[in-house]
Every structure is written in C-alpha cells, then in structure tokens.
Design a protein around this ligand. Structure first.
Ligand code: EPU
Length: 365
C-alpha cells in the first residue's frame, strides 16, 4: 500500500517540502535513492508542523541526522526530514559539573572540539565520530572505552503522536553496546530534538584502550587525548568525505565463555575482550583472518586498514554492498560459527502497519 495514498497531486505541499529528492549527499555511503518528500528543518516549530502535516495526510516520516550510520537500500516513501536543529548552551551545575544542551542537528565532532576547548571532560574519546549530536544516543556511540551514555543526562524528544516535546532521562533509554530504545522500542515513537550532556571540569582521562597511551608524549592532558583519538581514528578509519562508508559495518559479536574458549583453542591469535559473563570478539579480526581485508567487488569493498569497515568506491545503489555483506557473514559463520550483526540502520523501514497491510493485500490476491 502506498503510504501517501491520501496525497493527491493537487495537494499543496507545505513550504520547504520538495518532491522526489536524491538522498545521495545525505548518506555517507553515497547511495543514490530518493525521498518521496523531503525537508531540511532548522527549528522546532517547523519540525512540529511538518510532522503534524504528515500525520494528517497519513504520510510516514523518516528523520536523518548526518546519515553516517545508515544503509539506504531503496527509495524512501513518505517524508524524509533532515534534522538541522542547532544550538549549544552550557550551564554550570555544581562545583565540578557542566550541563551542555546541544541541538540534535549539531555536528558531533565540532561539539566535542568545543568541549575540549572549554576544558570540559567526558566526550574527548569520542572525537571524530561522524554524524550529529542527536544521532549519538540512537546507537549509543562508543570508542576507546567510552560511550555517549557515560556523559548523557537527558534526551529531548518530539512525541510523534502527540507532537509534545519533553525530556527523557538517560537511565530510561535502554542503553547497551551500540543499542538503545531509540533503535527498538521507541523507533516509531520519538524524534530526538536535543541532548543534554553532563560534563566535568576535572576528571580522570581514559587512555587504556586502542593504544591511546602510546600516542601521547609527556603528561597526558585533555587536549592531548583529543588529538591522540583524532590521530588514531584517522590512521585506521576512512574519512567519509573521501571514501564513502558508514564506520563499523558490524557489531563486535558477543559469545559465551564456552564458545570463546573453543574458538581460542582453534585460533590462538583470536582477539577478544571479557564483557560481563561473556566475551566480545573483535569482528575486524574475524573478517581480516577470513581474508576479506582490502577485497573489492562490484565497486564496493572491505577497507584495507580496518576489516570492520565496508566502503563504497563507486556503486550507485546498495545491492553490491548487500551482496558483500551476505558473503562475509556466510564465510565468518562457516569458519567460526559466529553470526555477525549489522551496525548501521537500514532504510526504508516498513512499519508493522505497512507490513500487515502488505500481508493482507497478498492474502487477498
Ligand atoms: N583487528 C584486526 N584486523 C582488522 C581490524 C581489527 O585484526 O582489520 C583486530 C586488532 O587486533 C585490533 C582489534 O581487532 O586490535 C580491535 O580493533 P579496533 O581497535 O580497530 O576496534 P574495533 O573493535 O574493530 C571498535 C568500534 C569502533 C571504535 C573502536 C575503538 C565497534 C563495532 N567498533 O572497533 O567504532 O572506533 O572500537 O574504540 O564496536 C564505529 O562504531 O563506527 C567505530 C568505528
């Protein structure tokens, strides 16, 4: 069923809404699919009125931030909103605490740089992660032993049904490794409009992950950690402005201690980290050892310096990447008995309603 069945050609689109717009510059894989309706939104009032308009016409709405953790694999029906809600306001909370409220459309890395310039601790290890501030809680971005949940106080949301805007406490957001309710339970319920970070004026630096300590000469400082993270990331990960990619394409899989020990026996150089009662395996190692690093096929490939990152050299559509993904997953499963899970979000997503609509249409034919 077409999501926009109630929109006739004669319907006047609200100001700023365009039809059939290419999303190539709005996703870092640079796949060329279209949004049926498209709007770039810079203020909350406009966002509310557009979501209200879409609701009135029974049009589904998809919100994008920086498009850096996305796999678009078909044209997106309905309205695609690019979130460009800006603003960054700091408030001193107590002797050691700073509250920083950041518009969801702000660039994450620029925001991290701003906190470092102001000598506020908390997100320095998350430097150079592509994307927007509002996307950070969705997959609970993480790097070098730190996750955004560690510094997040609240998330401001727009309720898609009621159009109310309110704050949700971070502890209620279901944060886990690369996961949150915004990806699952609340996927169709909220749009994120701002975040509130709780930063510190004094804190310990975390240098124990990913060889950060080796990058720092002399006494570590906030600025040196920030620079070291930028240096390590740029040496290992491709800049999406130069080579299209969406960061880690797979999550690091979790396995039981028994499975881990069996694997370690067969593959003594296996890279793994204890994680609660389980073990987290370095998916990059699994893929690398399976021989995929640097391989290319049909214009897409596995990045030559980090096997966890899939890159798009020249494909226009997502099929070659989906094929590469399927090949890697099957090969890794055959070799190690480990199921890899994709990290980026795939769009378009069919809602439960649309799915059941399709099913009932099928059953009628
Ligand atoms: N490794 C290989 N070959 C490779 C890649 C990795 O053998 O091609 C092994 C190495 O032994 C390496 C280990 O795997 O020491 C871990 O690799 P790395 O330090 O690069 O980290 P990762 O586990 O592959 C995770 C995050 C990254 C984050 C880094 C640093 C996930 C899915 N990825 O990668 O996040 O930057 O740690 O903290 O958890 C992202 O999410 O987009 C992302 C880049």
């Amino acid at each position: 069923m077409d999501s926009t069945q109630h929109i006739s050609d004669a319907t006047i689109l609200p100001p700023r809404v365009e039809k059939n717009v290419s999303l190539q510059q709005y996703n870092t894989f640079r796949f060329d699919y279209q949004a049926e309706f498209f709007a770039l939104v810079e203020d909350l009032m406009t966002l509310k009125s557009l979501v209200g308009w879409a609701k009135q016409h029974n049009i589904c709405v998809t919100m994008l931030g920086g498009g850096s953790n996305l796999l678009i694999s078909a044209d997106i029906p309905g309205l695609v909103i690019i979130n460009r809600l800006r603003g960054c306001h700091a408030k001193e909370e107590s002797g050691n605490r700073i509250s920083l409220i950041v518009g969801a459309g702000e660039n994450w890395h620029e925001m991290v740089e701003f906190t470092v310039q102001n000598h506020w601790f908390g997100v320095e290890n998350l430097a150079l992660i592509p994307g927007t501030a509002g996307a950070a809680p969705v997959q609970n971005i993480g790097a070098y032993g730190v996750e955004v949940k560690d510094s997040l106080a609240r998330v401001q949301v727009l309720d898609r049904q009621t159009l109310d805007v309110y704050w949700v406490n971070a502890q209620d957001c279901g944060f886990a490794y690369r996961d949150s309710h915004f990806k699952g339970l609340w996927k169709d319920k909220y749009f994120i409009t701002a975040i509130e970070l709780s930063l510190k004026k004094r804190a310990d630096l975390l240098l124990s992950y990913g060889g950060l300590a080796n990058q720092i000469e002399g006494e570590p400082s906030l600025k040196k950690v920030f620079q070291a993270v930028c240096q390590v990331r740029s040496s290992k990960l491709p800049d999406p402005n130069v080579l299209a990619n969406a960061g880690s394409f797979f999550k690091n899989p979790m396995v039981s201690t028994t499975q881990h020990n069996q694997l370690k026996e067969s593959f003594p150089s296996l890279v793994s980290f204890p994680h609660g009662n389980e073990f987290k395996l370095a998916a990059g190692w699994l893929i690398d050892q399976a021989g995929w690093k640097g391989k290319t096929q049909q214009g897409v490939g596995v990045y030559e310096k980090q096997a966890l990152v899939l890159v798009n050299h020249q494909a226009i559509k997502a099929e070659p990447l989906l094929e590469l993904e399927a090949n890697i997953k099957a090969n890794v499963f055959n070799l190690y008995g480990v199921e890899l899970e994709r990290e980026p979000v795939q769009l378009p997503v069919l809602s439960q309603k649309e799915l059941s609509g399709m099913l009932s249409e099928e059953s009628q034919t």
